[in-house]
Design a protein around this ligand. Structure first.
Ligand code: PAF
Length: 306
């Protein structure tokens, strides 16, 4: 069977071939969905990829890279770029998509969906989040570093078709469809707020945060998320959220968080869509968030080389 003869073959495009984009590429490919990949820098063609799974087994795949001209036939575009790149990466492509291409945003943090919503021209938008961990070993070589829940759900406009929804849930390990999705995205925001800046500032793996010395800070960060989320009409429960944060710390213990990796490689971080989003909503609601403000300042100074 060729890719175009497979159900959805070539119809799912993944925009962004970072660690998470490649991880989803491999998970969808393993289920015969024959996705295609699109990146800013690589031109259309065939590309050898290498993936090491959680059992240490290495699988090689030949990926089809596409350019803008091939987007018109895509049913679904999964956007796996960093939060701060979503608007810039997506806007120039919208005109190349068909009127009914569905878009799925998968990034850490919150905010970009609000920026792109006015430009969707009636297209459907789904939102998602993943706690799976992956590390780039080379440009086209990744290793899965942690298992974790992936939650997807409806955002705006027309809904993702039932067959694509089922296909994604079958292909992505430990995934679920959630309605409404916003409370799940807030929970993931809390996980990223608690883990990412602390691991970047302290130069440690996620697992180090289990130590008692970090507990008061983690609890203060979570309490501030709860206060802002509640003011936004999102009811989160403190004990369950704290337990979930610590479960992710354990499940991804050997991981370097994405923010740690960004700081380590001198790249821009997702702090604006993570802690920054919380601070902006806290300002609108008139809520004090001193723990997050302190962490935000430290991270920004680190990002600027301080
Ligand atoms: O950003 C990350 O690194 C991940 O979202 C998570 C879940 C914190 C695991 O490292």
């Amino acid at each position: 069977m060729t890719a175009s003869e497979m159900p959805h073959g070539g119809k799912i495009a993944i925009l962004g071939a970072g660690a998470i984009g490649q991880l989803f590429y491999h998970q969808l490919s393993a289920h015969g969905l024959a996705p295609v990949l699109m990146t800013r820098e690589a031109s259309a063609g065939s590309q050898a990829l290498e993936f090491t799974d959680l059992n240490g087994e290495t699988i090689k795949r030949q990926a089809q890279l596409i350019d803008k001209s091939a987007l018109a036939s895509c049913e679904l575009l999964i956007v796996c770029v960093k939060a701060y790149q979503v608007e810039e990466a997506l806007q120039p492509l919208l005109g190349a998509l068909s009127a009914d291409t569905h878009i799925l945003l998968l990034h850490n943090g919150l905010g970009p969906h609000l920026a792109i919503a006015p430009h969707l021209a009636g297209r459907g938008l789904s939102l998602g989040t993943t706690s799976q961990g992956a590390l780039k070993l080379g440009r086209w070589q990744i290793k899965q570093t942690g298992a974790g829940l992936t939650q997807l759900g409806h955002g705006l406009g027309p809904r993702l078709t039932e067959s694509l929804r089922q296909a994604l849930l079958e292909a992505i390990d430990d995934s679920e469809w959630c309605e409404p999705i916003l409370p799940m995205l807030w929970q993931k925001l809390a996980i990223n707020i608690a883990i990412n800046p602390l691991t970047a500032i302290n130069g440690c793996r996620n697992g180090a945060l289990i130590e008692d010395q970090y507990r008061p800070t983690i609890l203060a960060l979570i309490q501030e998320v709860l206060a802002v989320a509640n003011a936004e009409g999102i009811a989160l429960e403190q004990d369950r959220l704290t337990e979930r944060v610590y479960r992710v710390i354990q499940l991804t213990a050997s991981n370097y968080s994405s923010m740690h990796q960004d700081i380590h490689h001198g790249r821009q971080t997702e702090i604006e869509a993570i802690t920054g989003y919380l601070l902006s909503r806290a300002a609108v609601r008139g809520i004090d968030t001193p723990a997050n403000e302190a962490i935000y300042r430290q991270l920004k100074s680190l990002e600027q080389g301080g």
